[in-house]
Design a protein around this ligand. Sequence first.
Ligand code: ADE
Length: 239
Amino acid sequence: MRIDIATLFPGMFESYLSESILENAISRDLIQIKLHNMRDWAHDKHNTMDDRPFGGGPGMVLKVDRVVPCVEAIQAMDARPGRVVMLTPQGRTLTQRVVEELSTEDRLILLCGRYEGFDQRIVDILQPDEISIGDYVLNGGEVGAMVIIDSVMRLIPDVLGDEESASTDSFSAGNRLLEEDQYTRPREYRGRSVPEILLSGDHGLIEEWRKTNRRLKTFARRPELLFEDEPPFESNRTR
Ligand code: ADE
């Protein structure tokens, strides 16, 4: 998958892209990530990207005649048109189902806003998939773009060492339960012991314990997950 990021703050991504699982996936060419500084499309002498809103009001608005040419130029950099995703608190909320949907694309173009938002004509012309990472307001779309990359890459084949780990993730289509409690050594710490069953070596019993633990925990913390009706995304992948 190729992911293009259009941002006014490319530096925010640098350490994120160079760490851990993502760095490994990039170096194995499982994901290609291209950063684009939107300011490169500001051609006036002050590199203006934003302007005051017509009608007045606080904040600044990203300019249509900068952002649209920028995204169109990015689109033209690859034969795959890709899906343009705009990070905005006004978008549909990111859930694991949306993540699964995005993971089937061969290219994503993540458009990060700043200031008060985008000129509406940017939305009208580019018709992006507007996505919010939750009902709170961030300073811009950059952190949201990282959330999308982080969650989508887990679903790209071979990115995770153990292919199993993403398919059993909480909230995935086949699993609407929270993860069970986990323990590792030492067996006892400050008077708190690991549940005996996990030390028993009886795999049948251990699996039963885990299932019960997942159900009880989900019921106590997130009961709506057990009852809500979010149809699983029908993947067109073979995996
Ligand atoms: N930009 C500002 N707030 C945001 C949010 N909640 N989700 C995505 N992008 C945003």
